[in-house]
Design a protein around this ligand. Structure first.
Ligand code: FES
Length: 126
């Protein structure tokens, strides 16, 4: 019998660790049962999280760990070929994968804590 999926919210970080347009908080996940990385950022007050995998080539996007912003801190940038993603939607607005999007992970922010929600696709590490 397959292991039951764990869908309860997972602790990620304290709210104040996600500074406005600051460095990302990265976290480990299983995507379809395989190890992967995800990241969370704050943009215009809201916290968002995505799987750290470019929509162009399946590569991690940060040029240094946790560094996902372009120079103006307006877009999430892929360090490999420079695709630019809208932070609130993960939608690629410029670059070789224009029109594609990052895979979002749902977050909940409450009482000064940020949690992320597993899904059928994304699970916490074992
Ligand atoms: S791998 Fe990200 S733009 Fe090519």
């Amino acid at each position: 019998m397959p292991e039951p999926k764990r869908l309860e919210p997972q602790p990620l970080c304290a709210s104040d660790e996600l500074k406005e347009r600051g460095d990302a908080v990265t976290f480990d996940i299983l995507e379809f049962g395989r190890s992967a990385q995800a990241f969370a950022l704050r943009f215009n007050g809201g916290a968002v999280a995505y799987v750290n995998r470019c929509a162009h080539v399946p590569a991690e996007m940060d040029w240094q760990p946790g560094q996902f912003w372009d120079q103006e801190r307006r877009f999430i940038i892929c360090s490999v070929h420079g695709a630019l993603y809208e932070p609130p939607s993960g939608h690629c607005v410029m670059g070789p994968c224009r029109g594609a999007r990052l895979h979002a992970i749902e977050l909940k922010e409450e009482g000064g804590q940020v949690h992320w929600y597993p899904s059928d696709r994304i699970q916490p590490p074992l």
